[in-house]
Design a binder for this molecule. Structure first.
Ligand code: HPA
Length: 242
């Protein structure tokens, strides 16, 4: 079963057939929303919108542990995490697709491991390569088959939000080698690794990052690019599951 985590602009996934909604609870609490299971093309899927079906959960308030535990309990054996991001280099511009291969975590104060608390054993996962190469490869192949250009590789900067970044912060991320910036990539990716679930990020650039455009970053502009980007995401997911 394929797990799909929806991001901003993908709070519903209409592609799913034979939908059943589940309301799981986990030892870590309840996930952002009910889990929708069903099929896309030939594949069983479980879909979870990380901000809730009505987009009401802020990035720093998401219960990432409950979300990942609920997907694991549903039986997913790989996860595609869809994310709307800011773009740091000029290319690809808004509407472009990136499948990153690295990340840097700039978030703080988020519960970020399953390996804590009374009776838990301390474990240190290998996280040298935070994204699953096999899931990345299948996404790249699906994008190619669907005739959608996708950037192979890049470094995702996970920032705290919910505000966007200053121009100086983006310059710093750029010096650090980051190419895209979003608010939800961590601890999500690390928790998937702790559960041993292959996980990759399917990122849609929806705005030039702070200081990379002369204009103010507006929600209208973001919404427009989200729409184009999420159409591409739907076509990639459809090809991936065929
Ligand atoms: N920064 C952080 N997160 C984002 C952005 C951004 O510019 N755009 C969409 N998510």
């Amino acid at each position: 079963m394929l797990g799909i985590i929806g991001g901003t602009g993908l709070d519903q996934l209409d592609l799913i057939q034979g939908r059943m909604e589940h309301a799981p609870t986990t030892p870590w609490g309840t996930p952002s929303a009910g889990l929708v299971t069903g099929t896309i093309e030939n594949t069983r899927v479980a879909f979870l919108p990380r901000h809730g079906h009505d987009h009401s959960v802020a990035p720093h308030e998401i219960n990432y542990r409950a979300n990942l535990r609920a997907l694991a309990d549903a039986g997913v054996d790989r996860i595609v995490a869809v994310a709307a991001v800011g773009g740091i280099p000029e290319q690809p511009g808004p509407g472009g697709i990136v499948i990153p291969d690295q990340l840097i975590d700039y978030t703080w104060g988020r519960p970020s491991t399953f390996f804590e608390g009374e009776g838990a054993e301390v474990e240190h996962i290998d996280f040298t390569w935070p994204y699953s190469q096999s899931v990345r490869q299948s996404l790249l192949e699906a994008a190619q088959q669907a005739d959608i250009p996708a950037t192979d590789g890049g470094c995702y900067a996970a920032t705290q939000g919910p505000r966007l970044e200053t121009a100086a912060e983006i310059q710093r991320l750029e010096r650090d080698g980051c190419t895209i910036v979003g608010m939800t990539g961590m601890p999500e990716a690390a928790l998937a690794r702790e559960l041993n679930i292959p996980y990759a990020c399917l990122a849609v650039v929806v705005n030039p990052a702070g200081g990379k455009t002369d204009k103010e970053i507006s929600l209208e502009e973001i919404r427009g690019h989200l729409k184009t980007g999420m159409n591409k995401v739907a076509r990639i997911l459809q090809t991936l599951t065929t």
